[in-house]
Design a binder for this molecule. Structure first.
Ligand code: FAD
Length: 421
């Protein structure tokens, strides 16, 4: 594997870029592995990497039915933040943000992490109080968090609708270390680093069934043959319930909903932060990509589906929210929009846990927020698989929490998966 460094960039620049090696191998599946991770999204790839790196477990395969990063990993709006307050969640997402801060060095791959600040607008004194509570808790934990008054906001982001908006803007809660990264670079970076440590990344390898023996999963049926794994991890995001039923485990407390994203033509630098607007039923978030496109999205499509495409009412909803808060967007042309399948849980928090099958481990329930979570998700899922017991931060992120009444409901939205954006 050619390392990315100044010397190799110059050498290859002078030699017609001909000495770069493949980023990862395309191996034939082995008949068995110590660990098989199903799902070649960010969580699956990160888990494989940390299994090899942190736990020296290198006989690992990642099985991906399509191409790596082609699911939600490649479809999201890439917002990275750690403005969570519930015990467990806060520590987990803050660790994730710290991993992001060094990820390009760690993987020797530029994931283009840009800490440009996450700016959550508020529109009433009540909303200010409520968001201040969260941001004060963050500060008590040592996480950066601040409030911007209207004067500061106008100076930093002059293009918002300050004069004529239905819900006047009063200020914003800000996390300056938050920002965006380049989604496919993260998938490729983890894949390349995991492959270098010996992990087999098997693309076009769809899991179609499981053979059970003595309560365990003995082997996995795939479109590339039968593969055995001493331990098996699910990291298939919106498809978790499908695989769960394939393993004859019944129903999961997860609903799969669609979330759309939108990207405009490229324009000159217009917005230097991630801005979030949510009031009166509207929900909208926007940033500008390094190529200049405006990247934005809103709420779920409000009905369950496994289709990776969205519907028109939500296009209208997002366009209305955009115009309410950022009127100059009305003159920008939309290039593309698409959807991904979200694994929404009953309390909006994730699962990193053991399952009723003793050699099967579950990583799921990322709702809208799994991109930012991917480094820590891989870290703690690998830790669980290697050590057989959950780390303190994720000890309540299990399937039993609903029976025990230990919901981790960050938004206080109640047991309705649609409301936990
Ligand atoms: C429009 C949109 C905007 C979002 N915005 C943000 C955001 O701004 N910030 C944020 O933090 N999060 C965001 N998210 C959420 C985030 O993208 C997801 O939570 C996260 O990517 C899920 O983890 P993953 O990357 O591992 O999932 P995926 O990339 O979906 O990986 C799962 C993989 O499993 C594979 N798979 C499924 N079934 C099988 C099978 N039978 N056999 C083999 N492989 C299989 C799939 O092909 C897929 O590649 C957004 C999501 C969407 C759709």
């Amino acid at each position: 594997m050619t390392k990315f460094n100044a010397w190799n960039v110059i050498k290859n620049g002078l030699n017609g870029q001909s000495y770069w090696t493949r980023q990862w191998r395309d191996p034939e599946p082995k008949s068995s592995y110590d660990v098989v991770i199903i799902g070649g999204g960010l969580h699956g790839l990160a888990t494989a990497y940390y299994l090899a790196k942190n736990h020296n477990i290198k006989n690992v395969a990642v099985l991906e039915k399509g191409w790596i990063g082609g699911g939600n990993a490649g479809r999201n709006t890439t917002i990275v933040r750690s403005n969570y307050m519930m015990p467990g969640n806060h520590e987990f997402y803050e660790h994730s943000l710290k991993l992001w801060e060094n990820l390009s060095h760690e993987l020797n791959y530029n994931v283009m992490f840009s800490q440009r600040a996450h700016v959550s607008l508020f529109h009433s004194p009540g909303a200010k109080d409520s968001v201040s509570r969260i941001y004060n808790i963050m500060r008590l934990h040592g996480t950066d968090a601040e409030l911007w008054d209207l004067k500061t906001l106008k100076k930093k982001i002059p293009h918002l609708n300050y004069h004529n908006s239905r819900f006047p803007i009063l200020g914003a809660a800000v996390q300056k270390r938050a920002g965006n990264a380049r989604h496919d670079a993260v998938a490729w970076g983890y894949a390349r680093a995991a492959d270098t440590l010996g992990v087999d990344i098997l693309q076009n390898c769809e899991v179609t069934g499981f053979t059970r023996k003595n309560g365990n999963i003995e082997s996995i049926q795939t479109s590339r043959g039968i593969i055995k794994g001493k331990k098996i991890g699910f990291a298939v995001a919106g498809n978790t319930s499908v695989l769960w039923q394939m393993a004859e485990l019944g129903n999961l407390p997860i609903e799969s909903h669609k979330l759309q994203a939108f990207v405009s033509e490229a324009v000159k630098p217009l917005l230097d932060q991630v801005v979030v607007y949510g009031v009166g039923g509207a929900h909208f978030y926007i940033s500008q990509s390094d190529k200049g496109s405006m990247v934005f999205g809103g709420d779920l499509d409000w009905y369950k589906s496994y289709a990776q495409r969205g519907n028109l009412p939500m296009v209208q909803d997002v366009a209305e929210a955009a115009m309410a808060i950022f009127p100059s967007l009305g003159r920008i042309r939309l290039l593309r929009h698409w959807a991904g399948v979200m694994d929404m849980t009953m309390d909006g928090s994730f699962f990193i846990c053991k399952t009723p099958i003793s050699n099967l481990y579950l990583n799921a329930g990322w709702n809208y927020g799994g991109f930012k979570a991917s480094p820590a998700s891989g870290w703690y899922f690998a830790d669980l698989i290697a050590n057989e017991s959950p780390h303190n931060y994720v000890q309540n992120h299990n399937l039993e929490r609903f029976e025990k009444g230990i919901n981790i409901d960050e938004r206080g939205a109640g047991p309705d998966p649609k409301l936990h954006g």
